[in-house]
Design a protein around this ligand. Structure first.
Ligand code: SAH
Length: 368
């Protein structure tokens, strides 16, 4: 039986150990590292810096690059592209490319000017951490898939490399933001997620200051994350203004309630000028009243935080309604008047099921 092993996901140290176990000099590891993470090769045979007989040996031993294959692309009228990517075992996830002029769905949009005028272009990639999701938020279509498995570090990094390669993007010349907000709960795949982050910073060359991870509120992992020397910015999905309300839309609130969640948030060590982000999905008639907004103000008192408001992106089998524009604005105003920065996130790629909460590997596109 031939076993398959993916090279993507291995650090320089691990590649060094591998090539040394084959009796090769350590510089072969640097060549592999460069080819995998900077040149984004999809086949071992394409690594021309390695001698042919060594490439053949790696292939014979069952090694593969492990770059996911692009199975489908769905292109939105707003330029967003939803990718269906396939891994070696046939499992698929979605990854979303959002070209932008304004910081995108989750970017803060504050520093576009300089780089843009020097001819930079910007984009945000929304990355998945698991196949499906186990958390079961009642407004999210990914929950309908259940969780199939967690992704490996190489599969997390591979999504980004595949999408960058498809767009011919150089991370040195274009500003790429990453949001770990695709399928899955990153903090339920914590070690693989963190290893992927370290590879993205050190091997691919994307600074962690351009990355944001969102969690449904896995409190012990928020505390671990707080201790990481290299880490993305943190976003927390709030989505409810009191325990009863949050519990009815996010059953995970029974395990870690608002008290637990907000005490972890209060203890989270922020860097200078860093803010915590709270995401709040507005569900018409459910959690979107001015009274709810006042409760959010009380919850967040004293925190260095901003709030991203997301009007529900609808989907089949989602038992909630998108709130009216007036209610969204009234909610936002209540936060702003209380001194909490609050932004309304514009949906990206709703027409192709690429927006927040819509990643369910939909391949038949119907009119929403
Ligand atoms: N599991 C992580 C990462 C997913 S991020 C988390 O829960 O944070 C996806 C973001 O989209 C979360 O803030 C989530 O609350 C939000 N979301 C989920 N379903 C949505 C929907 N149908 N409409 C709008 N936002 C949604």
């Amino acid at each position: 039986m031939v076993f398959h092993c993916e090279l993507l996901g291995l650090s320089l140290e691990e590649l060094t150990a591998l090539v040394e176990s084959h009796g090769q000099p350590p510089y072969r590891a640097r060549q592999l590292h460069q080819a995998l993470y900077r040149e984004r090769v999809s086949q071992l045979s394409a690594i021309s810096t390695l001698p042919l007989d060594y490439r053949t040996r790696l292939v014979d031993e069952g090694w593969q690059v492990g770059l996911p294959e692009i199975e489908k692309r769905f292109i939105s009228v707003d330029g967003t592209v939803r990718y269906l990517l396939r891994f070696l075992d046939g499992q698929t996830v979605e990854t979303v490319w959002m070209p932008e002029g304004d910081g995108g769905e989750f970017g803060d949009g504050t520093d576009a000017g300089d780089e843009e005028s020097r001819g930079f272009s910007r984009a945000t990639i929304c990355v998945s951490s698991q196949v499906g999701c186990a958390v079961n938020c009642r407004f999210c279509m990914t929950a309908l898939l259940g969780v199939q498995r967690s992704l490996t570090p190489g599969e997390i990094v591979g999504q980004i490399l595949a999408v960058l390669a498809d767009h011919g993007v150089s991370v040195d010349r274009q500003r790429i933001n990453l949001v770990f907000m695709g399928q899955g709960e990153p903090f339920l795949n914590y070690d693989n997620f963190m290893k992927a982050v370290r590879l993205l910073v050190s091997a691919v060359g994307i600074p962690e200051s351009r990355m944001t991870v969102s969690t449904a509120g896995i409190v012990p992992r928020i505390r671990d994350f707080a201790q990481e020397p290299v880490r993305p910015k943190l976003a927390i999905s709030l989505n409810g203004s009191n325990d009863a309300g949050r519990e009815s839309v996010m059953p995970i609130n029974r395990k870690w309630n608002l008290d637990d969640l907000l005490s972890a948030a209060r203890e989270f060590p922020l860097r200078s000028r860093e803010l915590l982000t709270f995401e709040y999905v507005l569900l018409g008639g459910e959690n979107d009243s001015v009274e709810n907004a006042r409760e959010v103000v009380a919850l967040l008192r004293g925190l260095r935080a901003k709030v991203n408001l997301i009007a529900l992106n609808p989907g089949p089998e989602i038992p909630y309604a998108t709130p009216s524009e007036e209610r969204v604005l009234a909610f936002q105003q209540t936060l702003i008047r209380a001194g909490i920065p609050a932004f309304i996130r514009r949906p990206r790629g709703r027409d192709i099921y690429a927006a927040c909460g819509q990643l369910k590997r939909t391949t038949e596109l119907v009119q929403l």
